[in-house]
Design a protein around this ligand. Structure first.
Ligand SMILES: NC(=O)c1ccc[n+]([C@@H]2O[C@H](COP(=O)([O-])OP(=O)(O)OC[C@H]3O[C@@H](n4cnc5c(N)ncnc54)[C@H](OP(=O)(O)O)[C@@H]3O)[C@@H](O)[C@H]2O)c1
Length: 244
């Protein structure tokens, strides 16, 4: 039996982009995956594409009651969650001078509060079973900052502090907590960038290419694997050398 069989992963924002690639990579290894998104239709459609080991559910991660209810339903049905990938995230870009309270709140609630809601909901059973992996999706922007993204950069930097603090809380229970900080990855999120900005980015990346969702999925597989059992509180950068 492989190290992956019998494991259950919950991937938030697994209906598209990076989360979809993460869900696909885990399913391919033999992990049962519950992938979630805001849109139930899209989450279900993605799960259908990935095959019978995947299940798609609607779960708005910015709503605590919803998160508690949906995660409880996952425990009721599958009896365990071994791997939590806190991947769902949004941008609402604007210069600080023009940023509206709704833009600030939406990004902080979706990108940061969700980690509190989702991680708290899975942690007790993980501690009880003396094993678990929590993997949080930060961003290169959380390390470098980016003009026009104070809300997003603040949220992604907060994820790093959350990751390290929680890693210390649960390390002795064999639960690891790590973060991934992707650079620029080809998804709907970055397709919104103007053409000129994309070209300038290519130039700035030492590897001269934008990353693929599969590049990030490979990092998740590593952090979720047995091979990473002594790795916790770390930030794994997947950025083509953009920031070192
Ligand atoms: N793309 C990049 O270059 C890049 C770089 C660094 C970090 N990241 C981070 O990587 C993660 C994934 O990004 P992506 O590029 O794959 O984004 P994306 O293509 O825009 O996909 C976002 C995913 O998150 C879900 N989502 C958004 N808000 C949600 C909410 N309130 N509740 C539940 N699900 C929600 C979406 O669900 P629906 O389909 O239902 O809307 C979708 O599945 C994000 O945390 C992002 O900040 C991305």
């Amino acid at each position: 039996m492989s190290e992956w069989e019998g494991k259950l992963a919950l991937v938030t924002g697994g209906s598209r982009g990076i989360g979809r690639a993460i869900a696909a990579a885990l399913v391919e290894r033999g992990v049962r995956v519950v992938l979630t998104g805001r849109s139930e239709e899209r989450a279900r459609a993605t799960a259908e594409e990935l095959g019978s080991r995947a299940q798609g559910l609607a779960m708005d991660v910015s709503d605590r009651e919803t998160v508690i209810r949906v995660i409880q339903s996952v425990f009721d049905e599958h009896e365990r969650i071994d791997i939590l990938v806190n991947n769902a995230g949004i941008t609402r870009d604007n210069l600080l001078m023009r940023m509206k309270p709704e833009e600030w709140d939406a990004v902080l609630t979706t990108n940061v509060n969700a980690l509190y809601y989702c991680s708290q909901a899975v942690l007790r059973p993980m501690i009880r079973q003396r094993s678990g992996r929590v993997i949080n999706m930060s961003s290169v922007v959380g390390l470098t900052g980016n003009a026009g993204q104070v809300n997003y950069a603040a949220s992604k930097a907060a994820i790093l502090g959350f990751t390290k603090a929680l890693a210390r809380e649960v390390a002795s229970r064999n639960v690891t907590v790590n973060a991934i900080a992707p650079g620029y990855i080809d998804t709907d999120m970055t397709r919104e960038l103007p053409q000129g900005a994309t070209e300038a980015l290519h130039e700035a990346i030492p590897m001269k290419r934008i990353g693929q969702p599969s590049d990030v999925a490979a990092a998740v597989l590593y952090l979720a694997s047995e091979g990473a059992s002594y790795v916790t509180g770390q930030v794994l950068q997947v950025n083509g050398g953009l920031y070192m």
